[in-house]
Structure formats: structure tokens, C-alpha cells
Ligand binder design. Structure first.
Ligand code: ATP
Ligand code: MN
Ligand code: MN
Length: 290
């Protein structure tokens, strides 16, 4: 039985068109997640998630959801996380394909994850540098920037992996063993972004301000703060053409045409690629924050 046939996750309105430009339906999206679940879950399972939900399709109202609002069904779990205010709030996480589909049933298109797992949210386990190019910059600029970040990480003894966001930019992901605090996680990410931006201020900025971003690539290190998220590998995107966030090798990063070459209609191709030797170890390495 594939998850798409799971009687506990009934997908209603399978024929509803979710991606108006390219025609994919809610059923197509559910089938994509059912197929890609074995590739996606190693990065998504057990991690607090925020969802981009578009119940009437991506062309209508979408919203970014961090907390449990009920109605997700038994395969979508909750974890209480203390907020800065001292109060706790319920966050969502999934463990399996049924959980992904439970979210799709509720109109979810995108899955974004914390850089920590639900069983101990105070111990971050993944660095993400989200490269956001200013509108005038081309994809080639972004790939060059990604290689620069990779080299900085290598200098600190860290291996990293590239992911096409499915949007405009690239994410660089460095898995870390758990054992350091959010403060050191954040400080390391900010420190690296500042170093790169200060070395080449014409190409980069590490500050969010719109004015400073003009003509530059914003190295968005803020993904590494407690409570912030980044789009998870293999998540679909609520953007034109139903693109997905796709792990790539460093070689493929350099040869891709843009940051959104794969869509939810490419599940078979993504699965075949992931089995290839170059991509098989993507996102898997034992290393600690320097
Ligand atoms: P792109 O490559 O086009 O930049 P992206 O996924 O990196 O795609 P960003 O706009 O850079 O998109 O967003 C980075 C992250 O910020 C997202 O992955 C998401 O986790 C988080 N985010 C996005 N929208 C919201 C929101 N409305 N509220 C809170 N966090 C958000
Ligand atoms: Mn981005
Ligand atoms: Mn960003």
C-alpha cells in the first residue's frame, strides 16, 4: 500500500487545480509527496515544521503557519516549544509519509523546517546559508557565491551540500552533530556571513536591509536562529510551475540553468538521480561545529 492509498489520509478534492499556470492538482501534489517521502523524510521527519498552506491553490490566498490550529489528523504530531515570552506553543512535526499527506490534505504546499529536531529543540543540528540574489543578478552569480561559502566552510573543516531552492536562490546546508547551543550556532553563522560580506562588499551583504542588498547577494544567515526555518529538501514550492527544492551535487549546481529546474511532475527523475553515487550521500556527514 502506498501512502497515497492510505485510508487514514483521505485526500479530498484530488482534481482541484493547485498550480494554475502548469495545471497540477491537489492529487498530483499528494502523489508527489507520497513518492518522494523516502527521500524527503531523512531531512524532514521529527523536525518542527512551518507550512505554506494555499487551500484554494497558489494563485489564491496562501499563509505561513507555524502553530497547530487543529484538524491535521492523527498522523501530524505536535510538540510544545517554549517561546521567548515564557509561554509554550504547539508546533507541528511529521514522522512519515502519512504525516506529509495529512498536511497536504490541509492545503499545504511547502514544508519548512527548524534547524533542530523536536526531541530536543535546544540543540541545533544543521547550518543553512540561504543565498538571496538581488533581482538584477543572474543565477551564475549565485552559484559562484555558493562555492565561496562552501570554501569558507571547508576552511573551518566543514563539509556542505548545495540545494536549489526551487525559487531564485541556493541554500548551502552543513549538517552538524548536536551538542552546541543556539547562541554558538547563530554566532558561527553570522560570523561566517560577515566575513564573506566584508571581504567582498560589492558582491555580498550580510544585513537584511533592502538598500544594502542592491546589486548584491544577501547571505541570509538568520535561518540559523532558534525558531526560524528554511525550506526542506524536496519540498514543493507555491510558485509558478510547481517547482521543488532540490538537492544537487556541486557539479550540477554549476551546470543547472536556474534554481528551479525540477517540479512536482519530476518525482521519478528525482528518485533516479538520488540513487546515483554522486548524490547518494547528500546531506550526510558526521561533523561538529568548530
Ligand atoms: P528563494 O530562493 O526564492 O529565496 P527561499 O525559500 O530561500 O527561496 P526566502 O524568501 O529566502 O525563500 O525565505 C527563506 C526562509 O524564510 C523560508 O524558507 C522560510 O522558512 C522563511 N519564511 C518564508 N516566508 C516566511 C514568513 N511569511 N514568515 C516566516 N518565515 C518565512
Ligand atoms: Mn532564499
Ligand atoms: Mn532568505
Amino acid at each position: 500500500m502506498t501512502p497515497a492509498d492510505d485510508p487514514e489520509v483521505k485526500i479530498s478534492n484530488r482534481d482541484r487545480v493547485i498550480f494554475q499556470d502548469s495545471g497540477q492538482t491537489k492529487g498530483d501534489l499528494a502523489d508527489y509527496y507520497a513518492s518522494i517521502a523516502p527521500l524527503m523524510l531523512p531531512f524532514a521527519a521529527g523536525r518542527p515544521v512551518s507550512l505554506v498552506r494555499c487551500p484554494q491553490g497558489r494563485a489564491k490566498k496562501c499563509f505561513f503557519q507555524k502553530h497547530d490550529t487543529g484538524g491535521f489528523g492523527p498522523q501530524v504530531h505536535t510538540v510544545q516549544i517554549p517561546e521567548k515570552s515564557g509561554q509554550s506553543d504547539d508546533y507541528l512535526y511529521v514522522e512519515d509519509a502519512g504525516g506529509l499527506l495529512g498536511c497536504v490534505q490541509m492545503g499545504t504546499i511547502e514544508f519548512h523546517g527548524w534547524q533542530a529536531r523536536a526531541d530536543d529543540v535546544e540543540l541545533p543540528d544543521r547550518l543553512v546559508f540561504d543565498l538571496d540574489p538581488d533581482s538584477g543578478l543572474g543565477y551564475a552569480e549565485v552559484t559562484r557565491a555558493a562555492a565561496d561559502i562552501r570554501d569558507r566552510l571547508v576552511a573551518d573543516g566543514l563539509e556542505s551540500f548545495a540545494m536549489l531552492s526551487g525559487g531564485k536562490g541556493v541554500h548551502i546546508v552543513a549538517p552538524l552533530s548536536r551538542g552546541h547551543s543556539w547562541d554558538s550556532h547563530r554566532d558561527y553563522a553570522k560570523g561566517l556571513a560577515d566575513l564573506v560580506a566584508e571581504a567582498e562588499p560589492d558582491r555580498f551583504t550580510a544585513t537584511m536591509s533592502k538598500a544594502k542588498r542592491e546589486g548584491r547577494i544577501f547571505i541570509d544567515w538568520l535561518r540559523n536562529q532558534r525558531g526560524n526555518t528554511s525550506v526542506l529538501p524536496y519540498s514543493a514550492r507555491a510558485r509558478a510551475g510547481a517547482p521543488v527544492a532540490a538537492p544537487v551535487t556541486w557539479d550540477e549546481l554549476a551546470t543547472a540553468a536556474n534554481a528551479h529546474p525540477y517540479s512536482i511532475s519530476d518525482a521519478a527523475r528525482l528518485i533516479e538521480r538520488a540513487a546515483g553515487k554522486d548524490l547518494a550521500g547528500w546531506g550526510i556527514v558526521e561533523q561538529a561545529l568548530p
